[in-house]
Write a protein that binds this ligand. Structure first.
Ligand SMILES: Cc1cc2nc3c(=O)[nH]c(=O)nc-3n(C[C@H](O)[C@H](O)[C@H](O)COP(=O)(O)O)c2cc1C
Length: 415
């Protein structure tokens, strides 16, 4: 992605310090960043910090740098405006079209995607005024992120924390890649996502694992939640990923635990996305003590394996048997390589037929592709025979395309 012009608005919340990381990461990504704090924001973080991090002058009012007319120019020229943190007050001013400082004036002149990352106490976030303001901004096409839950300013906890800078910038990058990636179109949908790689214990210290980083599944959970879905993420082992904001995370380790968690949560879900890399086999016996390498013992131990239950096929079967009356879309993932019998798509089509899911996301693996990396490509196969290519892009972009397909599938099923 080439250099883009990004305006970072900072409103006066306690989380204003996190905007420094947002700015730093955007600048490090090669973008031209202009920081526009409100007067209140400057009581939390000084202009010098933002000027140093962005390498650009920082103004707050419309009467600064008048010859450059920044109150019009900044918004007109921006490729993206990110407001982080967005206070309750800033959201209200944005809704009512105020232009009483440089940030609100910029929001009125911007025609690019606008991303608000709200942060406030739970009471402020849940107040009908804020709820209505958020709905109005979304209706007008802005992206308003769900805040994270956790520790707030004081000793209290709840929904209202600013998502981590990495998470905000993930969405910033997504909107720069694809402006229409985050419609708020999944409200009312309960989405169950599995992600990461399972570990099958051999003894107290060893396990059979796999190379799944969890990034693709986390990205699907993150995008679905920000598109309005109520998301539960069953997370096996990942590359130390941060929990997506607004998502209920259930941690598991082995294939059996993942299976049990899916069985527990699937009856409520409307959509199941099986992105986890679930081990096909597990050791028949788990040694209670560490298996020792005894001196002089040349014979290596043999580990007998037994098949794990196929979670995806089990979910499809349960739906067919009428045990999942709410379930409207089941999405499988296939990491495939070609062989002498056929190419990746040949094997993927066979898998789609075998598993009986509604959509199958197919990644070609091997040669450093798909696993542990940030970029991905592949195909999306539907049970009705439709096939589309998922062009190469970030895993978040890929997730937005997968969620598009799910939304379209739900629409089709409804209509
Ligand atoms: C210590 C402190 C922390 C605050 N944190 C928040 C916050 O996290 N979210 C919020 O909406 N308002 C917060 N406020 C209130 C805002 O600062 C206040 O509404 C201000 O008018 C916001 O102005 P602005 O939206 O123009 O930046 C806080 C105030 C103080 C004194």
């Amino acid at each position: 992605m080439g250099q883009k012009r990004v305006v970072v608005g900072v409103a006066g919340g306690i989380a204003a310090y996190k905007a420094c990381t947002v700015v730093r990461q955007l600048a490090e990504a090669g973008h031209s960043v202009r920081v526009v704090p409100t007067e209140s924001a400057l009581r939390f973080v000084g202009a010098a910090t933002f000027e140093a991090l962005s390498g650009q002058p920082v103004h707050t009012g419309v009467f600064e740098d008048v010859p450059g007319v920044p109150h019009v120019a900044l918004g007109q020229q921006a490729d993206l405006v990110v407001v982080a943190p967005a206070t309750a007050d800033l959201l209200a001013r944005a809704v009512s079209g105020r232009a009483d400082d440089l940030l609100t004036a910029t929001l009125l002149t911007a025609r690019c995607p606008v991303l608000f990352a709200p942060a406030m106490h739970t009471e402020m976030w849940q107040h009908p005024a804020t709820v209505a303001n958020v709905a109005m901004l979304r209706q007008r096409g802005a992206v308003v992120l769900e805040p994270a839950s956790g520790r707030l300013t004081g000793a209290d906890t709840g929904a209202g924390r600013l998502p981590e800078a990495e998470e905000i910038n993930t969405f910033a990058a997504l909107l720069l890649e694809r402006a229409d990636a985050l419609p708020h179109d999944l409200a009312g949908q309960k989405v169950l996502v599995t992600a990461g790689g399972t570990r099958e214990p051999i003894d107290p210290v060893r396990f059979i694992g796999n190379r799944s980083s969890g990034k693709q599944g986390y990205a699907v959970a993150r995008v679905a939640a920000q598109r309005g879905a109520e998301v539960t993420l069953i997370a096996a082992h990942t590359a130390g990923l941060i929990d997506p904001a607004g998502v209920h995370v259930v941690n598991v380790s082995s294939a059996q635990q993942l299976h049990d968690a899916v069985v527990k949560h699937a009856p409520e879900a409307h959509v199941l996305v099986m992105a986890a890399a679930v081990a096909d086999f597990r050791p028949v016996r788990v040694a209670q003590a560490k298996i020792k390498k005894n001196p002089g013992d040349e014979q290596a131990p043999t580990i007998d394996l037994v098949r794990n239950e196929d979670v995806l096929a089990g979910a499809v079967r349960a739906r067919t048997d009428g045990q999942l009356p709410n379930m409207r879309a089941i999405v499988g993932f296939a990491a495939e390589t070609g062989d002498e019998n056929g190419d990746v798509l040949f094997h993927a089509r066979a898998k789609l037929r075998r598993k009986g899911c509604d959509l199958l996301v197919v990644n070609a693996v091997g040669d450093g592709r798909a696993f542990e990396v940030d970029h991905n490509d592949g195909w999306l196969l539907a049970a009705d025979g439709t096939e589309s290519a998922l062009e190469s892009g970030s895993k978040t972009l890929m997730a937005s395309r997968i969620v598009d397909a799910i939304a379209a599938f739900l629409d089709g099923a409804r209509g």
